[in-house]
Design a protein around this ligand. Structure first.
Ligand SMILES: Cc1cc2nc3c(=O)[nH]c(=O)nc-3n(C[C@H](O)[C@H](O)[C@H](O)COP(=O)(O)O)c2cc1C
Length: 450
């Protein structure tokens, strides 16, 4: 195992849920209580991740507050009030120099022109550090803010996403890299032969173009995708360059890795053009005991109303309030969660059926880590596990979800990153200045380049 992937480095992303990943993060004294709308907080944690040489930071998004039982939501304020990512990230670009700045934007409730323009702008402002996590939304409350009664069904929203991304990429190629002459002597600002109208007319979108922003420094900002269903994987194989996915076992991660990379040839893409970065909810202490105490401290703060609410949301709002918390999860018809995230829901059902977990145990496992894999231990134990997954071709890196912010991130940067670096598994300095360079991804050619 040790001699697998010699010299190769893993890639690390930091997922910044406002107060942290854990549902009770805001109750932790080491979390920033008003994180969602505190710019200094984001500036601090992004700089900390940059100090830890992370490839990227990532923020999630939805275009709605969360819906559900207000009594539970009032105890779990995550994503009720927080910054619009594409307003936040350009501000973070000004206070950082190397770390990638990645945000979610949905293809269900946006227009491709807007998204192409915003991410191209972010890429210019940050000097080539922009990344877009392409999501299709899974939340009906987003539909209600955009003139729809229902969300698009699973297949249709991915279908729309594929066309959406194609249009955005086309718009990013509107100007050739050398289109702008800016030549005072000849009086010509740009070369008109290097400007291209897209003239796209498809099933979902009709966009003439061209884009009113020059070609981004990275050619195209880096594209991420986080769907793990069969359709989600196919879409990722087609265009994603980074994939976020909840994987709980090495064997499962290896299957996912092989399957996803195996699909890429159909789209003429080599496997190394996509980095698989499963979620990692790592809780580290100087010793395992200390780490376990940190975890227990947060787990004990999960209010049962909140635990049930998180679980019920994940199960398509199936009401669990009448069931015994210490009894089994009832059989839930697939129609309930057809619109929800399928990969995470399947994990929950597997924990119930195969491991026999009770409702309380399931919500503790799921809500605590928000569906991501949890690792609790000393730096050596955590890195042993990360190394095994990396060398075993289960991952190309990880998307680290700090349990609470800034405390959980500080611990990781101070304890885990040096151990990864000592083993040669992670960079000591940034190799490049763009996100693409740091992620070992090629700069895409323009579609108009011969
Ligand atoms: C790490 C991670 C981050 C995600 N971020 C968002 C997000 O910000 N907004 C969103 O609507 N969905 C987000 N999702 C959900 C995915 O985009 C996708 O809808 C979900 O994983 C279900 O896909 P599937 O049905 O193909 O498995 C995220 C998923 C993961 C694993």
């Amino acid at each position: 195992m040790r001699d697998q992937r010699p010299g190769e480095k893993m890639h690390l992303g930091a997922f910044f849920h406002p107060t942290g990943n854990h549902v009770a993060a805001w109750l932790h004294p080491d979390s920033q209580i008003d994180a969602g709308t505190n710019f200094r907080h984001y500036a601090e944690i992004t700089r900390t991740a940059e100090r830890g040489k992370f490839d990227l930071m990532f923020v999630a998004d939805a275009v709605a507050t969360r819906d559900g039982k207000l009594a539970a939501l009032s105890r779990w304020p995550q994503y009720m009030a927080y910054f619009d990512p594409l307003t936040l990230l350009p501000a973070l670009a000004a206070v950082t120099s190397h770390i990638g700045l990645c945000a979610t934007a949905t293809t269900s409730y946006n227009e491709p022109y807007h998204i192409a323009r915003k991410f191209a702008s972010l890429d210019h402002i940050s000097g080539g550090r922009a990344g877009w996590n392409v999501v299709t939304s899974s939340n009906v409350s987003e539909a209600w803010n955009f003139g729809r009664e229902q969300h698009f069904e699973h297949g249709e929203r991915y279908d729309r996403a594929v066309e959406f991304v194609d249009v955005v990429k086309g718009l990013w190629d509107s100007w050739d890299d050398d289109a702008f002459l800016r030549d005072r002597a000849s009086g010509r600002y740009f070369d008109p032969t290097k400007l291209h109208a897209l003239n796209h007319k498809g099933e979902h979108f009709s966009v003439r173009g061209p884009l009113n922003v020059a070609r981004p420094p990275q050619g195209h900002p880096v594209l991420f995708q986080a769907g793990s269903s069969d359709t989600g994987r196919e879409v990722a194989a087609r265009f994603a360059e980074g994939v976020f996915t909840p994987q709980h076992t090495l064997a499962g991660a290896q299957d996912f890795y092989r399957d996803l990379k195996g699909r890429m040839a159909r789209y003429g893409r080599p496997p190394e053009a996509l980095k698989v970065m499963p979620g990692l909810n790592a809780i580290v202490g100087q010793t395992k005991k200390e780490a376990e105490e940190k975890h227990r401290f947060l787990q004990e703060k999960i209010h049962p109303d909140v635990g049930l609410e998180v679980l019920s949301n994940q199960l398509g709002n199936f009401d669990l309030s009448e069931y015994d918390l210490d009894g089994p999860l009832p059989d839930i018809d697939e129609s309930h969660w057809a619109l929800a995230s399928q990969s995470s829901t399947r994990n929950i059902i597997r924990w119930s059926k195969e491991e026999g977990l009770t409702i309380r145990q399931i919500y503790q496992r799921f809500a605590g880590a928000r569906g991501q894999r949890t690792l609790i231990g000393s730096p050596v134990e955590i890195v042993d596990n990360m190394e095994e997954w990396f060398r075993g071709y289960g991952v190309d890196g990880f998307l680290f979800h700090p349990s609470h912010l800034p405390g959980g991130l500080n611990d990781f940067v101070e304890l885990v990153v040096p151990e990864l670096q000592n083993r040669g598994l992670f960079r000591v300095e940034y190799a490049g200045t763009t996100l693409r360079e740091n992620m070992d991804l090629d700069r895409p050619k323009s579609r108009y380049e011969s």
